[in-house]
Write a protein that binds this ligand. Structure first.
Ligand code: MN
Length: 203
């Protein structure tokens, strides 16, 4: 079964002015589609073609050497972007409530600290990568960044929400102003969805 790019559940325009429609169109229809196409091409007809996306992201290093870095980058690209589209939306913004809200208070000292730490991780990631709020292997909240298309999943963690800091995610509207993009990104994070990911992971 070949992998496919998940449909957006909202319009390209609906994240304006924080994320522009043209960036959404290119990011979803071209960049994400390229990760999926490259991944499918790499694993087609191979014994591991029926692995789940999670297994490919977690265990790419167990694959034959000539294919492992292609799978690392493109399975990661597919997995990370699928999380991205499902955790942002036109109803985004505000801060986490429910179970996640309580844990953010308890483990990270509140939303203001979380926002500061996540922004710092996103701004400090040199080159391309992602900043994440994720669960560590002991299911504690942690803020960190990964290079390229690596995922916290590869380190035994579980990503809840990530900020894509590849230039393709922001350059059309924000050019070199990554900090402005990061600030704007908080207006589109759908914390209800992020909380659902959290509750599912904890259950
Ligand atoms: Mn991206």
């Amino acid at each position: 079964m070949a992998f496919t790019v998940p449909e957006l559940t909202y319009d390209y325009e609906s994240l304006e002015p924080h994320i522009d429609a043209e960036t959404m169109r290119l990011h979803h229809d071209k960049h994400h589609a390229a990760y999926v196409a490259n991944l499918n091409k790499a694993i087609e007809g191979k014994a591991y073609a029926d692995w789940s996306i999670e297994a490919l992201v977690r265990d790419w290093s167990k694959l034959p050497e000539e294919i492992s870095s292609v799978v690392r980058n493109n399975a990661g690209g597919h997995y990370n972007h699928s999380i991205l589209w499902s955790t942002i939306g036109p109803k985004g913004g505000g801060k986490p409530e429910a179970a996640l809200g309580k844990t953010v208070e308890r483990e990270l000292g509140g939303f203001d600290t979380l926002k500061k730490e996540l922004s710092k991780a996103a701004l400090g990631r040199f080159g391309s990568g992602w900043a994440w709020l994720s669960l560590d292997p002991l299911k504690r909240l942690v803020v960190a960044s990964t290079p390229n298309q690596d995922s916290p999943l590869g380190e035994g963690g579980y990503p809840l929400v990530g900020i894509d800091v590849w230039e393709h995610a922001y350059y059309l509207r924000y050019q070199n102003r990554r900090a402005d993009y990061i600030e704007a990104f908080f207006n589109v994070i759908d914390w209800k969805e992020v909380n659902e990911r959290y509750e599912k992971a904890m259950s």
